[in-house]
Design a binder for this molecule. Structure first.
Ligand SMILES: Cc1cc2nc3c(=O)[nH]c(=O)nc-3n(C[C@H](O)[C@H](O)[C@H](O)COP(=O)(O)OP(=O)(O)OC[C@H]3O[C@@H](n4cnc5c(N)ncnc54)[C@H](O)[C@@H]3O)c2cc1C
Length: 323
């Protein structure tokens, strides 16, 4: 027989956004259920050093931070389910979601915190050097490359913003782009070209990230000219892949309003989506900041928005019953 779990607050995703929503939801007495998804703990479980999450003087480890967040959520009463949602019905409340083994989850409110994944180039050398010089987040990791030569790969807004950000730490930033012009907004391009710390290599694509030494780390990036086919090499210790992100919203297409980049649309200054009772927080609705602390912050907002929504609905029901 198919199992069914009902809760006042159903949360999808167990990254900083989902777990923060769970902590606040549990402390508001909503007994949240968190469906953890394929990556319990979210993106921070794929990294090592985290130095910018407030509250910790020393560098902490991403997986450890997420274990602590989960333990805190469980300690105050949230329930974790190791399942992945494959189907949603948001046409009426309680919302009905189905896990990949057929388990049914019913929630009076739904908090979507399914995150986003960075796009990578998809080569073996990139995979083996992730966290050892290759990164997809300058805000997260740029500080570790103070005074070192770094490169950014990409040509859109994210790549230009990352290159500009990295000049806070490095005098020598190379932007590698496979075309002869950038897609980034004009104003960002002007700031980029005016910055003496940044040089641009046009018509170049990465053919290999080169790692050496003990501990093993990035020392160079091998490039291929997209016009002539010529090979070259740029010596860098940090390589930042900035070719965009995929918000995890396929499940909600046609159910919840998405923006042109497929992020969930929320009312400005809130986590409310276009469906009353459905809230979104973290990277799945934020294409600007994409940090653990901002995800946790909007997770808190989602739980508070959800709690207020339920209080209003409950009040209306009591008032109607009394008429
Ligand atoms: C390598 C790396 C290093 C980083 N370093 C830092 C750093 O130093 N500092 C910092 O502030 N930020 C850092 N970040 C960014 C930070 O990790 C993210 O901003 C943050 O994790 C976003 O949190 P989130 O909860 O919105 O989503 P995520 O962490 O992406 O979590 C999404 C969750 O949704 C779940 N999910 C997805 N689909 C489903 C589904 N269908 N059903 C159920 N669950 C589902 C997943 O299993 C996962 O648990 C880093 C990111 C990466 C990739």
């Amino acid at each position: 027989m198919t199992a069914t779990h009902s809760t006042r607050m159903l949360i999808l995703g167990s990254g900083p956004a989902g777990l923060s929503a769970a902590i606040y939801g549990a402390r508001a007495g909503l007994a949240p259920i968190v469906v953890q998804g394929i990556q319990p703990g979210g993106q921070l479980t794929t990294t090592t050093d985290v130095e910018n999450y407030p509250g910790f003087r020393e560098v902490i480890q991403g997986p450890w931070l997420m274990e602590e967040m989960q333990a805190q959520a469980e300690h105050v009463g949230a329930k974790m389910m190791w399942d992945t949602i494959v189907e949603v019905d948001l046409s009426q409340r309680p919302f009905r979601l189905i896990g990949d083994g057929g388990t049914v989850y019913l929630g009076d409110v739904l908090v979507i915190a399914t995150g986003a994944q960075a796009k990578w180039l998809g080569m073996d050398s990139e995979e083996s050097l992730k966290g050892k010089g290759v990164s997809a987040c300058a805000t997260c990791d740029g500080f570790f490359y103070r005074g070192k030569k770094v490169a950014v790969i990409g040509g859109g807004n994210t790549a230009v913003e990352e290159a500009l950000y990295l000049t806070n730490h490095s005098h020598d930033v190379t932007l590698i782009h496979r075309r002869d012009s950038l897609r980034a907004e004009k104003i960002l391009q002007e700031r980029l070209f005016a910055n003496e710390r940044i040089k641009v290599l046009w018509n170049k694509e990465v053919s290999r990230f080169v790692g050496e030494g003990e501990p093993h780390g990035l020392v160079a990036i091998e490039l291929k000219d997209t016009v002539t086919g010529d090979l070259s090499r740029v010596d860098v210790e940090g390589g930042f892949v900035a070719i965009g992100h995929h918000p995890a919203t396929e499940l909600f297409r046609g159910h919840v309003e998405l923006d042109e980049d497929h992020y969930i649309k929320v009312e400005p200054g809130s986590t409310r989506t276009n469906i009353p009772g459905v809230f979104a927080c973290g990277d799945v609705m934020d294409k600007i900041y994409r940090q653990a602390v901002t995800a946790a912050g909007t997770g808190c907002m989602a739980a508070l928005d959800a709690e207020r929504f339920l209080a209003e609905v409950d009040f209306e029901q009591v008032a109607q019953a009394a008429e």
